[in-house]
Write a protein that binds this ligand. Structure first.
Ligand SMILES: [Zn+2]
Length: 115
């Protein structure tokens, strides 16, 4: 898989995990009155390190997509972008080729990865 694509998938995973911890956090903080969770900080550290390895241009597109859709990277299943369900052009339909480069869906703009 393309290295940047791989990192984008990881970044999105981390973002979801951070969100998850946050919502758990709120419950625990309510119980324990302001105790911080270490795991949360570690996630943020990992996220920062990962961010530095992604080109700024790609990163800003990632943020725009996250803001717009809540998901910036979408898997391709049955030759369809699972973000907007558009059928992708045949030239992109080969998994090995698709994952070799960083590609965006022509309709919704999400980064695509082939599963
Ligand atoms: Zn799409």
């Amino acid at each position: 898989m393309n290295k940047i694509l791989q990192k984008l998938v990881m970044l999105q995973d981390l973002d979801y995990m951070i969100d998850e911890v946050k919502s758990k956090d709120v419950k625990i903080v309510q119980k324990k009155m302001g105790l911080k969770i270490k795991g949360d900080e570690k996630l943020h550290d990992a996220r920062k390190a990962l961010e530095q390895k992604i080109p700024p241009k790609v990163l800003s597109k990632y943020y725009k997509l996250m803001e717009r859709f809540g998901r910036a990277v979408a898997p391709v299943v049955d030759n369809k972008c699972m973000g907007c369900y558009v059928t992708l052009p045949k030239r992109l339909s080969i998994r090995e080729l698709g994952n070799r480069e960083l590609r965006n869906c022509e309709r919704c703009g999400r980064f695509l990865y082939w599963v």
